[in-house]
Design a protein around this ligand. Structure first.
Ligand code: 0O2
Length: 232
């Protein structure tokens, strides 16, 4: 009877090293994500306590599972090496911030990216320029230093900023997309895009109401300002 083939000591050591590197990488992402979430919590508390104005409805965060990281690396042709994954897969750590008003998104981004140890890697402003299906959100890839016993690492964290209306639309669209495994019938696709326009009108109407009550509170697109910081 043939048993399980034995791995050489060298192979075992190799796998142990890969496992340890991967665990260290994932810990870095978790700590980076937690630090950014804490910074956002602090901003929320400060705005709420000092200005009686809470710019955040809720924050959620998630770490990509090893299976999804491997699947995405395979799709994007990224090598299964720690440095290649770090450079090529930028949404291993993800945070979603849901705010009442569009102006809150830009205010939060300004306050967060003004922090001296946070670097802005990319900005995708789908609020100013929605995707063709109507998707709107403000995506930033930030880098924050995490200090492990082995030394500091710059950890990328993807942060998606959305209003409640954008979030409602995106989660419904996501459910429909998965139900049809991406092959959504054209009639439904058209209605999804129309619903996105309705959500955008809702955001405008709410901002208008706010202005009527408090005077001008609208934010302006963030890209120019963030890019200025990036170049520093
Ligand atoms: P999950 O599980 O939400 O993380 P990339 O991230 O580089 O592979 P892309 O399209 O260049 O791909 O990045 P982008 O545009 O910044 O979008 C990444 C994330 O935004 C997606 O993550 C979604 O969370 C969200 N998103 C983008 N477009 C849409 C959309 O049309 N509908 C909805 N509902 N969400 C969207 P993932 O990777 O899909 O997965």
């Amino acid at each position: 009877m043939s048993g399980t083939p034995k791995l050489s000591d060298e192979s075992l050591r190799h796998f142990a090293r890969i496992r340890e590197d991967f665990t260290r990488m994932m810990l870095g992402y978790r700590f980076g994500m937690e630090q950014v979430a804490t910074r956002l919590d602090i901003l929320r508390e400060e705005f709420t306590e000092l200005h009686q104005d809470n710019p955040i409805e809720h924050i959620s965060s998630r770490l990509k599972s090893p299976e999804s990281i491997i699947a995405k690396a395979a799709r994007q042709g990224v090598e299964l090496e720690i440095e290649a994954l770090r450079a090529g897969i930028t949404d291993i750590a993800g945070i979603r911030v849901v705010s009442p008003f569009v102006a809150d998104l830009y205010r939060l981004v300004d306050s967060l990216t003004a922090q001296p140890d946070i670097t802005v890697r990319t900005v995708k402003d789908y609020v100013a320029r929605p995707k063709p299906n109507g998707y709107r959100s403000l995506h930033l890839i930030l880098e924050i230093p995490v200090f492990l016993s082995s030394g500091p690492v710059q950890v990328p964290v993807e942060v998606q900023f959305r209003t409640v209306a954008m979030d409602f639309w995106a989660s419904t669209e996501h459910k429909i997309f998965y139900k049809y495994e991406g092959d959504v019938p054209s009639g439904l696709r058209r209605r999804i895009t129309e619903a996105a326009a309705t959500a955008a009108r809702m955001d405008e109407e709410m901002a208008d109401l706010l202005r009527a009550v408090h005077g001008d509170a609208e934010g302006s697109p963030v890209e120019g300002r963030v890019h200025d910081r990036e170049r520093r």
